[in-house]
Design a protein around this ligand. Structure first.
Ligand code: CAP
Length: 460
């Protein structure tokens, strides 16, 4: 069977295909001894037909559903495939597009083809009818800003923290850490493995957490938010955890949001939560994603693709990384990942995606961010309309979680005022104390800080 004749059609035009195909851009390198164009054609054949052998019973209808490689550049390794929409599976229950079918076609068995050394999905484009067959987020960050009494169009950074240590605290300890943080901040989020451990049973933890939130609201006169982890290994278990959280927060329902470990729990978890919670704010965590999305990996799919999928599946908030300003992998060029989820027409590495009014997702920024690192992160991003979920950066402050929360709020203010951090520290004690809290960062970002801050305090 000559794959090139049938599956490689470089004369087809992308704009013509875009209306009724899913388009996908890969970087592919053939295994040794395999020609690039032949491999591209075999990859397309395998993507649609699931086999490369001739099939006597194929008819004109099935041939019209071929996946076609319409671009193939040996010099760069770029291959673009067009998947006819009819190939995709739709749910019996609600007619929505199935993410498992989508992933199966775009990054299924083709990942293991022996004639391919490496192939990674970097971008995809969905036409309007298919995009609208995904739920998208039920609600947006505007709901959280409204709850916090802020401008619903541009309410600024939601100062949040991920509870640390991630495991080991009993219910009282978790609730107390959250309370302390809420005295200075807005949102507390379960760390992703926090569930129903023997030393912190979920029911008791949630009850104490809800009580801590009420006390923090009473004390500060401000609304607070909790993000409950409902990740589990079955939909039934997720529903039970969801129910428990709803019951525990029955006096403060608008303070409750949810989060799902959307990568490790598998692609079914987020759509399940979105169906179960059609009005709530759900966040997508992505622990483990680097196993396939890392820039050092040349298989799987990129962080851009994962993030785009999470918006489609209904995450109102999505972990988008720190673009090299935190402690996880990433660099400044990751900025389009955070921009793409918050725009209606967004440029990706290979395609421009019109989201046709689908609700926007907010970036959740986490991973090594503290008050000292925040201003440069904000400078690269260009705005502060996101949810901060610092862990060590909040709970690692030498004066405790409340001071940690205040230091992060002050760091945003420092950037908004375009102030010099050292001068700003003179007027903002919690921010100033983030220097000794995160000494190693202070030495790199502000060498000479010890002398400058000592002078400031002697001048007072
Ligand atoms: C952050 C964190 C977050 C990751 C998420 C952690 O803790 O709780 O899960 O950073 O990364 O365990 O690493 P710190 P990303 O704030 O103490 O670093 O947002 O890139 O998916």
């Amino acid at each position: 069977m000559d794959h090139k004749d049938r599956f490689l059609r470089l004369s087809l035009s992308e704009p013509d295909l875009a209306a009724d195909h899913v388009l996908a851009a890969y970087i592919l390198s053939p295994a040794e001894g395999h020609d690039f164009l032949n491999t591209a054609a075999a990859f397309a054949a395998e993507s649609g037909r699931g086999t490369q052998v001739p099939l006597a019973h194929e008819d004109d209808f099935s041939r019209a559903l071929d996946v076609i490689a319409y671009q193939a550049e040996p010099a760069t390794g770029l291959i673009k495939l067009a998947f006819p929409l009819a190939l995709f599976d739709f749910n019996l229950s609600d007619g929505k597009a199935s993410i498992t079918s989508f992933l199966n076609l775009l990054v299924g068995n083709t990942q293991g083809m022996s004639e391919i050394d490496a192939v990674k999905l970097h971008d995809f484009h969905l036409p309007a009818p298919f995009l609208k067959a995904f739920h998208g987020p039920a609600t947006t960050i505007a709901r959280l800003w409204q709850h916090l009494g802020r401008d619903p169009l541009s309410g600024g950074m939601i100062t949040g923290a991920i509870l640390k240590p991630k495991l080991g605290l009993r219910p009282e300890g978790l609730a107390d850490a959250a309370y302390q943080f809420w005295l200075g901040g807005d949102l507390v989020k379960n760390d992703q493995p926090q569930g129903n451990q023997s030393f912190a049973p979920l029911k008791s933890t949630l009850r104490r957490m809800a009580d801590a939130l009420t006390r923090a609201q009473d004390k500060t006169g401000e609304a607070k938010i909790f993000s409950a982890n409902i990740t589990a290994d079955s939909p039934t278990e997720m529903d039970m955890r969801t129910e428990l959280a709803i019951r525990a927060f029955k006096h403060n329902p608008d303070s409750l949001t949810f989060h799902v470990d959307a990568y490790l729990a598998g692609p079914m978890a987020l759509p399940h939560a979105r169906r179960r919670l059609p009005k709530h704010f759900i966040s997508a965590h992505r622990a483990g994603h680097a196993a396939i999305t890392s820039a050092r990996s040349n298989r799987g799919y990129s962080a851009f693709v994962l993030t785009k999928i999470n918006r489609l599946l209904g995450a109102s908030g999505i972990h988008t990384g720190t673009m090299g300003f935190g402690r996880m992998e990433g660099d400044e060029a990751d900025r389009p990942i955070a921009c793409m989820i918050a725009q209606n027409v967004a440029s990706g590495p290979y395609f421009e995606q019109d989201w046709h009014g689908m609700n926007r997702s907010a970036a959740i920024v986490s991973g090594g961010i503290n008050a000292l690192r925040l201003p440069s992160f904000l400078q690269n991003l260009g705005h502060s309309n996101f949810i901060l979920a610092a862990g060590g950066g909040a709970f690692g402050h030498v004066d405790g979680p409340q001071a940690g929360a205040l230091s992060l709020r002050q760091a945003e203010a420092c950037w908004l005022e375009r102030a010099d951090p050292i001068e700003f520290a003179a007027e903002h004690p919690e921010f100033a104390r983030s220097f000794p809290s995160f000494e190693a960062d202070a030495d790199i970002i502000h060498p000479g800080w010890r002398r400058a801050l000592a002078q400031d305090s002697s001048n007072q």
